[in-house]
Design a protein around this ligand. Structure first.
Ligand SMILES: [Zn+2]
Length: 385
């Protein structure tokens, strides 16, 4: 039996006029950027090419496996691993934008491409809900579902401390590596069958159609990547099972770290709602205090990670396709400077990783504290000269 995970409290943001003005200024300039350059916030040609590259790479790699072209142990394990990385490339670059309805102005295109989540072993319907629950409530304990790990980790000071957390910065790489295999085998079923609330979405009743899609797509995933190779390939069963498990490990570690370093790091904040469920802030400012970008200047890195590394503008404008993030971030930095608000970034992934590990280590102590709000809480107070 599982504990009820997310809190029953409904949380909303209560902005002051000055804080709202910050966001309105930012939005006006971002809108003007799209209008002046005569472009839409959705996918452009670069994005369509990326989509084709992802599909062709997947088909070519899978063909090597299923035609028994690679049957020796090491090549087979490496080809499966390559497929695992292509799967996270698809998740970062196509699925993420599509499930935010940021790929196209046409809903059916977003829905269709959103099924790439099912294709890589997950579930679009659940991801939209769970990711949505994270998106609007970053780093709010009890609402942001990405912080909820059944006590496995202590990602916020509000999470009750357990003795094992003393070692969380040590066991992190192992558990992050297992996150994807846990996701494809267990996580979706757990949230479908055992949880009533997902973040701020209470007492959910999932449509029957979604249960059918869940079962069919899981059968497809395990059928295509495990059952069919076991049936068709000349390699021994143990090797195929090993290659299948291994394809989830390293990609999982990379996937988890890329997401985690953007919110859980030395320098972030963990705001908590008051008794009425209010967070005294504007959402855009909340994002600036709970999110940091990394390796923004790396064109190859940003291309491969689908702009997940340029995460601040993604949270403020989730319906903008990731190909536009670099330009929008420049606007954000400008406006943040004008309002005296901090924009947090790390130049490299290594820098971001060090800060992530340092926060995990900090939270491994029972009495660790992390500020709820940053300097933006003073935005509406008169500046003393
Ligand atoms: Zn997102």
């Amino acid at each position: 039996m599982f504990n009820k995970m997310t809190s029953d409290k409904r949380v909303r943001f209560k902005s002051s006029p000055r804080k709202s003005e910050f966001f309105l200024t930012l939005r006006k300039r971002v809108d003007a950027y799209f209008e002046d350059n005569n472009i839409t916030p959705y996918a452009n040609t670069e994005m369509v090419i990326k989509t084709i590259v992802a599909i062709v790479s997947w088909v070519a790699t899978y063909a090597l496996i299923i035609t028994d072209t690679v049957s020796e142990p090491i090549p087979l394990i490496l080809t499966f691993l390559a497929l695992g990385f292509i799967n996270i490339f698809i998740a970062f670059n196509i699925m993420h934008d599509a499930t935010h309805d940021a790929y196209s102005s046409k809903q059916w295109i977003n829905d269709l491409l959103g099924y790439s989540m099912n294709f890589v072993g997950g579930n679009q319907y659940l991801f939209r809900r769970m990711h949505g629950a994270h998106h609007g409530y970053v780093n709010i304990h009890g609402i942001d579902v990405t912080l909820e790990t059944h006590g496995m980790f202590r990602f916020t000071p509000a999470e009750p401390w357990l003795p094992k957390h003393k070692y969380q910065h040590i066991y992190t790489p192992i558990l992050y590596s297992l996150a994807m295999i846990h996701w494809v085998t267990f996580k979706d079923f757990k949230w479908f069958f055992m949880e009533a609330n997902i973040g701020n979405q209470k007492k959910l009743n999932h449509p029957l159609r979604e249960y059918v899609i869940l079962i069919v797509s899981k059968l497809f995933y395990f059928g295509a990547l495990l059952a069919l190779p076991l049936y068709l390939l000349s390699a021994p069963a143990w090797l195929i099972i090993l290659a299948f498990i291994n394809m989830h490990l390293l990609p999982s570690l990379v996937f988890a770290l890329i997401f985690q370093v953007t919110h859980v790091y030395d320098g972030t904040h963990y705001p908590l709602p008051d008794d009425k469920g209010n967070i005294e802030n504007n959402y855009a400012l909340h994002v600036l205090e709970t999110t940091a970008d990394f390796a923004r200047q790396s064109k190859i890195g940003s291309w491969l990670m689908g702009g997940i590394n340029i995460h601040v503008v993604h949270h403020i404008f989730p319906r903008v396709c990731h190909v536009h993030y670099p330009a929008i971030t420049k606007i954000l930095i400008e406006v943040a400077e004008e309002y005296g608000v901090e924009y947090q970034e790390n130049e490299t992934f290594t820098e971001a990783l060090v800060k992530h590990m340092s926060m995990l280590k900090h939270l491994s102590k029972p009495d660790a504290t992390v500020p709820q709000y940053g300097p933006s809480q003073y935005l509406d107070q008169p500046v003393s000269v």
